[in-house]
Design a protein around this ligand. Structure first.
Ligand SMILES: O=C(O)C(=O)C[C@]1(C(=O)O)C=C[C@@H](O)C=C1
Length: 329
């Protein structure tokens, strides 16, 4: 308070956004955060120990938003992220970014490939470098840790239990390690899709090239149940870009479906597809509508057939309104 003026929470209103991410410094997730929030100050970032810790920081309000890996072009969905999005207290996705992942093998200065007996990295990175490891370090013992940067940091510590880390170049450099090999991923064009998560609130405005994510829980198990679900999108001309079945956790054989679709829920055809889905599902967890990553620039938006454009949906709704009000001519 200054003088006799009441404190109106001005400082609170000016509080900067804080971003939690899968840390420590030097992860691919940090690179994703910097791509999504260019120029973010280090004091406004919250490096967290695991994907679950990022979600917890956002849920508790310690961070305005969080950045987590969602899927990799080689290894597929990131289970920890999918599980939090499906089962944890609801959060929404507000942005996405695709980051190319190039893996390096880093060790303490002076080490050569012949010295490496124990390698640490993240499980997704290990899965993407298995071929290289079996060719060049067939006898090395591999251990997974919470992130590629956590592996690099551990290797740099005195008395480290590992001889080398598989990580991004920035992690090896940040923790003062020396590169032993570069581009050791089995697929050199590998990329990971990261998402920004936030507490539920107003959705990002439609941009014309958006994506909608949701989790569908089917009512019961019967022939054609999945086909019925897919039909809701097909008949409205909504293009699906990802479908993954995940266990609900309620017992063997109980699955829900994680879906990504082209378009924004504000668009008539996407909204109608979601209403159709709502009628045939026990529950739907809406995970957000947000702009598609600019990185996938070879992407051409899918053009719906004439009868499935948003204008067709609006015209049909107006026609129905006229019929219902007796203006049938
Ligand atoms: O460990 C990191 O550096 C991360 O950002 C996590 C992660 C992942 O979860 O897939 C991100 C990209 C790479 O595929 C390997 C690891």
């Amino acid at each position: 308070m200054s003088g006799d003026r009441p404190d109106l929470g001005y400082n609170l209103l000016r509080m900067p956004n804080r971003y939690a991410y899968l840390g420590p410094e030097g992860t691919f997730t940090e690179a994703a955060l910097r791509a999504l929030e260019p120029g973010v100050a280090p004091e406004d970032t919250v490096p967290s120990d695991g994907v679950d810790a990022v979600f917890a920081a956002v849920r508790r309000g310690e961070a305005t938003a969080g950045v987590v890996p969602l899927e990799n072009s080689v290894e597929g969905g990131v289970t920890a992220t999918l599980a939090e999005l499906i089962n944890g207290e609801p959060l929404i996705i507000t942005a996405e970014v695709e980051v190319p992942v190039e893996f390096f093998l880093f060790a303490r200065g002076g080490a050569t490939l012949a010295d490496i007996k124990r390698v640490a990295t993240h499980s997704h990175a290990l899965a993407q470098c298995r071929g290289w490891l079996s060719r060049h370090l067939p006898h090395a013992e591999a251990t997974t840790v919470s992130s590629t940067a956590a592996a690099a940091r551990a290797v740099a510590e005195p008395g480290a239990p590992y001889d080398a880390a598989i990580s991004a170049r920035i992690a090896g450099e940040r923790y003062g390690l020396s590169p032993i090999a570069q581009d050791i991923g089995d697929r050199s064009e590998a990329a990971t899709r990261f998402v920004r998560i936030a507490r539920p609130g107003p959705l990002p405005e439609p941009t014309g090239t958006d994506r909608t994510s949701l989790v569908a829980f089917l009512t019961d198990d019967h022939p054609g149940a999945l086909a019925e679900l897919l039909d809701q999108f097909a008949v409205r001309g909504v293009n699906l870009t990802r479908l993954e079945s995940r266990p609900t956790g309620d017992g063997l054989g109980r699955y829900c479906f994680f879906l990504d679709a082209d378009g924004h829920v504000a668009e008539a055809r996407v909204g109608e597809a979601l209403m159709g889905l709502r009628r045939i599902c026990t529950d739907i967890r809406f995970l957000g509508s947000y702009p598609r990553s600019a990185a996938g620039n070879d992407y051409t938006p899918f053009m719906p057939s004439r009868s499935n454009s948003n204008a067709d949906f609006h015209a049909a709704a107006e026609w129905l309104e006229r019929v219902r009000s007796g203006r049938i001519r």
